[in-house]
Every structure is written in structure tokens, then in C-alpha cells.
Design a protein. Sequence first.
Length: 313
Amino acid sequence: MPGGVGKGSRMAKEELLGMIARWKQERQAVILAHNYQLGEVQDLADFVGDSLELSRQAARTEAPVIVFCGVRFMAETASILSPQKVVLHPDPSAGCPLANMINAEQLRALKAEHPGRPVVCYVNSSAEVKAESDLCCTSANAPAVVGSIEAGREIIFVPDKFLGSWTAARTGRKLILWQGYCPTHACITPGDIERVRRAHPQALVMVHPECLAEVVQMADAVESTSGMCRFARQSNAREFVVGTEVGILHRLRKENPHKAFYPASDAALCPNMKRNTLEKVLWALEEMQHEVKVRPDVADRARRAIEAMVASG
Ligand code: CIZ
């Protein structure tokens, strides 16, 4: 077993990577990283993807330990799907401001105002909110999940109003929206898109459905992060403007070395996503620290909604 490392010491990257590899083997761990993670964390991971893909990996892996490099709700989702596994979150302070915009009590009050309506929650929500919901979705399958509900029924959709209004337009369904939003995506403005388009007139503009409705209207493609990776790979275009959290540029550039990718805005950086570092991954493995556990009664109710998400689209 490798010796421990003091949290204060700065190590050469090579040494750090070597120690992570040794501890990973010792713990029989798998490392999952979201598309928005730091490039060096993505490079280290066994699997990089969006929350739907990572949830599927978490459910499928036989590894007893999962190091989840993402924000809190993602690690919680993995733990709910695999309660018998140890899910470690390298930085437990990495939360999601959008998920924090609604809690279970607020959702219960909304349901009481609109009785009998099914509830779809975006995966960017707490386990308690998922436990109050009928179905969960990601940006990759929101239209499919909403479309799976019996036609003619109004649907409560929380917490992201921009993803919700885009989904309503795509499906023609009436959604009762909660007024939440992602501060990182909301900072991309129509002016940003105009400016990058002028600078790169040949580029196709891909934006995330969490962006402002005016930004979504200007795009050539509206895609989740996994959808953006697929779109860029399959397109004949050589240049792309990317309207989402800037961490995705690392993966897009790595997978498409002969294509050019420009951020719609450098300000679209989620500080929470960047909290997981190589050092914190090592400490998580070394000390088996920051295990994410969801109360079993909450997990059991949230699991139904999450399993519907994993099965859909
Ligand atoms: O589903 C996810 O992982 C999120 C939050 C965004 C995306 O499009 O990947």
C-alpha cells in the first residue's frame, strides 16, 4: 500500500497521478467525471460523460468504490442507484446553485397548488426533490421523458425554467414551470453569440437548453453536453461556437483535434464543477473520505424517478 501524502504538500503531477493509480487499484475504484470537470480530472477518469451516462455507468460498474467527480446531486444519484457501493465525492462543498433553487417543501406546496399533475424534475435537483417527483430527466432526454406522459395532462416541471420552456416547445406539452435557472448558463447573452458569430462566421453555434430562451433561438443546434459531443463528431463543419460550461471544450478538442471550438463566453465557468482537483481525488481514495449517503427512505422514493430517467431516451 502506498504511503500517505500530507494535504499541505505540493507534488509533481506525475507523482500525483502515480499515487492516484496505486490507490485506485488498492480500493478497486472506478473514477467517473462529468463533462464540465477540469481537463486533468477528465483525463484521469475511467469514464467521462453527462449525468445520464454517468448514472448508467454507476449502476453498471462492478467496482465497489466510485469516485464521482461532479457536483453533489450527481454523486447522490450514483449512490441512490448503487446503495451497496461506496460513492466518494472529492469535494463535498461542490454543490449546484440550480438544484438549490427548489427544496422538497417548496415542491410539495407547488403540487398542492396543482393537484393531480405529474411531476418531472430535472436531474439537477436534490434527492429530496427527486423523492417528491414522478419522473426525473436530464437535458439529453427531457423531451422523451415529458413525451412519455399521457397526452393532454399538464405537467409540473422543476427546477429549470429555460430547459422547461424549451421542452414545452419541443413537445407541445403544457408545463407548469418553477422559476429556477443555472447562473452559469444564464450569463451567456445574445450579445455574446453575435460577437463570436462575427469573429467566426463559418462556425455552427451549439447551445445548451439551460441557456436563455433568446440564446437558444439563435443557435444552429440545441444539445445536452453528450449531444454536443455527438453533433461535433458527426458534423462536416470545421468550427463550432460552444454555448455551455467551458469545461466541455477540453473533451470536444481532444476528440476532434482537426476542428476548432470557441466558447460563447469565457464567463460560463461553474466554480463548483472546478472544485474537484487531482489532489482531492487522491485524498478521497487514500482516506475513503466524503462518502455520499442518502437516507434510505428518501433514496427509495427518488430511485423510482431516477430509474425512469436511466431507462428513457
Ligand atoms: O445532464 C447533465 O449532465 C447536465 C447537467 C448537463 C448536460 O447537458 O450534460
